[in-house]
Design a protein around this ligand. Sequence first.
Ligand code: S3P
Length: 441
Amino acid sequence: MKNILLIKNKINKFNKKISVSGDKSLSIRWAIISAMALGRSRAYNLLDSEDVNNSLIALKKLGVKIIKNKKFCDIFGRGLNGFSFKENTTINAQNSGTFARLILGALARTEKNIILKGDKSLSLRDFSRVIKPLNQFGVKISSNKNRLPIKIRGTEYLRPINYEELKGSAQVKTCIMLAALNTPGTTKIKCVPSRDHTERLFKHLKIKLKINKHKKYQILNIEGCKQYGTLNYNIPGDISSASFFIVLTLLSKNSKLIIKNINVNKSRTGIIDILKKMNGKIIIRNRKKYKGEDIGDIYVKSTSNLKSINCPKKMNSRAIDELPLIFLVAAKAKGTSYFRNIGELKHKESDRLKLSSKFLKMIGVTVKSTSNSLKIFGIPNLETKKTYTIKNFMKDHRIFMLACIASLVLGGTWKIHDKNSVNTSFPEFLKILKKLGANLK
Ligand code: S3P
């Protein structure tokens, strides 16, 4: 069946070593930051997925020369204010919220109209979160009620801003940091924790960034208008992609897995800390530093005595993309798990809060949800023999992969639509599942 995946069997026990493709957040940041550098930057292991490839196509439309082959990708940066394109050029971020939000910041200084659009899912997502700070910088933006398509016109007269980012959104924080690069003076961002790859890259590039750390928030001070050098980078594996296999191993019987060379930056390892609190047998080994980032190998083993969690709120932003997978673990854990302050899940590629609770109910789990929380009543021996059809999930890549993992640990017959959605972030996903022994049709 075209674009429908059929899974009819649970996965048998496995004991394997794998690696997953390059980190998506780092790949997109590398591309935009290199486009604003002066000279040639080279990346190895750049994620070869639709989100990243569409970002490269858009950067080319902005006048940036890019050469990509199987081994590496070269970007010939044109400097901080170097984008060059015709008035009213349109770029298309397709499904990528990260590229869309970040490129708007990078365009703050460009004095030409540019139109940014996206696919159906991205066109439903909120952009007021980046329009507001960019307006304060002096950037002119018109939008479709804070949604795409957006027309942006940057300015030579950018003013530094003081901004409070209290959603815990790394995309918003990075958008402001990129706009700050072209702004004279010091931009200040008071922000609650979110993934900090941009800060680490700025430090590595010796961009003037000072961070004042407080207990619950940080203040970033970025001094603008100083050109930085090129960025050669070997992108480590994506923990968000690795997480599908971490959960598959935990919930399978008598299995072991090693996942090599993963970015284990603390702002991304919430899933490991949460699953360990639930008794998950996971260890990070061979830790090393790489250009300001942390890298390691993840060792995981099947765990039969998983217990519920009352998830501390502060862990959410460190596991934001992995929460639907963690909910699946909670569904098979002993006791009642509780997740609060998770309203941001409604603003992802799909409404992941709604779809996750619908999914759990479908497989027979009792849940109680509000617009900002989810309670899951776990069933440790949960299994099924039923037939399920998974469709209408906005082609959300992470929901597709969640359904695959659920089918392989719960049994039953699953017809999962929109198989191509994996291409957004992880085209190798199904190949790796087969390597672990999954029977996919
Ligand atoms: C990302 C930040 C997160 C995350 C997304 C990638 C990034 O989004 O969900 O997949 O690379 O900065 P928010 O900033 O909306 O939390």
